[in-house]
Design a protein around this ligand. Structure first.
Ligand code: ZN
Length: 98
């Protein structure tokens, strides 16, 4: 318990990792996204996707993990996100039968 750690407040949010992700992390994150056991990360670009939905393309736009971070699964969207929960990238995820 040190009060001299100026970075501690940032990291005390439980278990976040940040891009760049390793190839193992990317693989695990994408398994997590499609596993269906947990709710996956979805795109936060509501303005664009609400417009697509109004155009009859309503769907849940999942984020896709890349080494540089998350990108939207819609090619029309440039949304990115650079953090994930650390448990999402747990290599144990890769040991499961899918
Ligand atoms: Zn999107």
């Amino acid at each position: 318990m040190s009060e001299r750690e100026p970075n501690f407040a940032e990291s005390e949010k439980p278990g976040q990792i940040r891009a760049p992700f390793s190839s193992e992390q990317v693989a695990a994150l994408n398994i997590y996204q499609t596993d269906g056991i947990f709710h996956p990360f979805t795109c936060g670009n509501d303005v664009l996707h609400d417009a697509q939905a109004a155009d009859g393309q309503e769907q849940e736009w999942l984020l896709v993990a890349t080494p540089e971070g998350w990108t939207c699964s819609s090619e029309a969207c440039d949304y990115t996100q650079e953090w994930a929960w650390d448990f999402m990238a747990d290599p144990m995820m890769l040991d499961r039968d899918t």
